[in-house]
Design a protein around this ligand. Structure first.
Ligand SMILES: Nc1ncnc2c1ncn2[C@@H]1O[C@H](COP(=O)(O)OP(=O)(O)OP(=O)(O)O)[C@@H](O)[C@H]1O
Ligand SMILES: [Mg+2]
Length: 571
């Protein structure tokens, strides 16, 4: 995108006053800018740089650019066209101003000044301050020759000229993107770690709860078995007692009969005792009486004897019966007592059964409770189920995180591949490699034209290798001022040539400040002027700044500066 500079206007800028200065930049092919020292010649370069890049060419800060007498309304306008459009950049100090007009319409300025400047440099001018000063200006003061730039600055200029700066911008953006990707990777790694720890925690909790439940179930089952065993024991005890009682009951079934028999025995005994007593009374009556106490009739001895014998026999009989009765009664009593022991045993057994029965009730109730507990623990997994659900959610999250991690790793791989292409050794290096021979060839061609017969070679790192005819290795510093100037000129011409070839960073303007007289001898001055004329012939507008008028006839146009009062003016 070639730039065609048309007009420069400035006021209250350095020594220029409120009246302002207008310089037409494309009216004459070659112009000599002349004037005494301090008359305001180099100011043109500063005005141009300030207008386009917001900073002067000479090393002073912004406030120092404002005319020290008027101290305000410092303003610079630069008019140019590129890409079929006309632009005017207006920049001011006190008040601050920065406007870009495109075909008389303001280019929207919605971002910060820095970004607006980026728009101007990267989208309209397509070159940086550094490149502009390397291809438009060659000066004696404040000018850093290409050979004195750092390798990085050299690279920046060449990238602008070869129009491959875009790869640096892309690389910068890629680096930011890679940084973001790296940060995302760190984040995702820590998220995955956190998710894993969370899952481990939930798993542990599930294990604890499951183990607890298993232990409880085991305990309950153990208790169930023990209680059931106790119940079985009690039931068999009750059964045994009942069987025992049944057996005892059959044994005691005759108790009432026995009691009746005993009663009868007792009654019989009483009767026998009574009869015995009566017989004894009769016997003593017979023995003690000789007559009958009632009828008073005499009782004969024979009768007595007969009676005595009969009664005694009766008594004997009665006593025998009584003895047998007592024996029977004692036997019955013993039998009754023996049965009573059994009856008591039945009662004891019954009581035991009742006690065991109530124990049995308690145990059966407990058994039901245990069954309930077992049932609720077996069927109710609510807590563990909830945790398992939670675990599933965590696992799903972790799954998508792992997928993201994989995607990020793939993205990193792509970024790394892109970075290989975009880094200095990538595409740019390939393009530079392609152009380096052309650049070197051009530099050597211009050096030869300027009658400096050295072999100049820029390598891929933009380090120079200079071979002189008689000495092998030479550095830029070895050369004389005039020789250095011729190297600078050769490089400048080479850059302009390449820029024109690439249709990048090329422009119609070339300003040479104080280089034609002093550092070059007459022959070289004539050669340079020839080269200038050649460039002018090809469409470049050249401005040469010089103190004195000895060169006047070599240029088509003339701008003369002068100090009027304290202000610089064009005559
Ligand atoms: N802020 C300022 N206000 C007023 N004048 C200033 C200011 N800053 C610098 N000057 C003066 O502006 C004048 C113009 O400087 P300029 O560099 O353009 O001169 P020049 O014609 O290139 O001279 P030379 O031939 O010596 O290089 C100088 O005299 C300088 O002292
Ligand atoms: Mg000057």
């Amino acid at each position: 995108m070639a730039i065609h500079f048309k007009k420069l206007y400035y006021k209250n800028f350095l020594s220029t006053g409120n009246a302002g200065t207008t310089i037409y930049l494309d009216k004459t092919p070659t112009t000599l800018i002349q004037g005494t020292s301090g008359s305001g010649k180099s100011t043109i370069i500063d005005a141009l740089c300030f207008g386009l890049f917001g900073k002067a060419f000479r090393n002073i800060n912004k406030p120092q650019l404002v005319n020290s007498i008027n101290q305000k309304h410092c303003e610079v306008h630069v008019e140019f066209s590129t890409n079929g459009r006309n632009y005017t950049v207006i920049r001011g100090i006190k008040p601050a101003k920065f406007d870009i007009l495109c075909d008389d319409k303001l280019v929207t300025q919605d971002a910060a000044v820095k970004d607006y400047q980026n728009v101007l440099e990267q989208q309209i001018l397509m070159m940086s301050f550094k490149t502009f000063t390397q291809i438009v200006i060659l000066g004696s003061t404040a000018y850093t020759p290409f050979m004195q730039l750092t390798p990085a600055a050299r690279r920046e200029v060449i990238e602008d000229i070869l129009d491959i700066g875009i790869f640096s911008t892309m690389n910068l953006l890629l680096k930011q993107k890679t940084q973001e990707t790296k940060e995302q990777q760190i984040l995702i790694d820590s998220n995955i770690k956190a998710q894993k720890e969370k899952a481990d925690g939930v798993k542990r909790l599930i294990d604890v709860l499951s183990t607890k439940r298993d232990e409880e179930l085991e305990e309950l089952n153990r208790e169930y078995a023990n209680v059931q065993k106790e119940i079985d024991t009690i039931e068999s005890q009750i059964e045994e007692l009942k069987n025992a009682n049944n057996a005892l009951k059959t044994k005691t079934i005759n108790q009432s009969v026995l009691k009746e028999e005993y009663e009868l025995c007792t009654k019989h005994s009483i009767e026998l005792v009574h009869e015995n007593k009566k017989a004894n009374t009769q016997l003593s009556l017979i023995n003690d009486h000789s007559e009958c106490p009632s009828c008073k009739q005499e009782i004969s001895d024979a009768y007595k004897k007969t009676m005595e014998k009969s009664i005694s026999k009766t008594i004997k009989e009665l006593q025998k019966q009584l003895a047998s009765n007592v024996e029977l009664r004692t036997k019955k009593k013993q039998e009754i007592d023996d049965l009573q022991i059994l009856v008591d045993q039945i009662l004891t057994n019954t009581n035991k059964c009742v006690a065991l029965g109530s124990n049995l009730d308690i145990l059966q109730k407990r058994l039901l409770e245990i069954l309930d507990s077992i049932e609720s623990r077996t069927s109710n997994h609510h807590d563990v189920d909830e945790l398992k659900k939670e675990l599933k959610v965590i696992a799903n999250d972790a799954f998508s995180m792992v997928k993201m991690k994989k995607d990020l790793a793939e993205q990193r791989q792509i970024e790394e591949n892109a970075s290989l292409l975009l880094r200095d050794s990538g595409i740019k290096s390939a393009i530079i490699k392609e152009y380096l021979p052309i650049i070197n060839k051009l530099i050597n061609k211009y050096l030869a034209e300027l009658e400096l017969f050295i072999e100049f070679h820029l390598n891929e790192n933009f380090d120079e290798e200079i071979k002189s005819r008689h000495r092998d290795t030479f550095t830029y510093g070895n050369f004389s001022e005039g020789e250095k100037l011729r190297i600078d000129l050769s490089l400048l011409f080479a850059w302009r040539h390449i820029a024109k070839l690439k249709n990048s960073s090329s422009c119609n303007l070339l300003i040479l400040d104080e280089i034609l007289v002093g550092r070059l001898d007459q022959t070289n001055t004539d050669i340079v002027i020839n080269m200038i004329n050649q460039l002018a012939h090809e469409g470049t507008n050249i401005f040469a700044i010089a103190h004195h008028d000895s060169l006047q006839d070599k240029f088509r146009g003339l701008i003369q500066f002068k100090k009027e009062g304290d202000f610089s003016v064009v005559l």
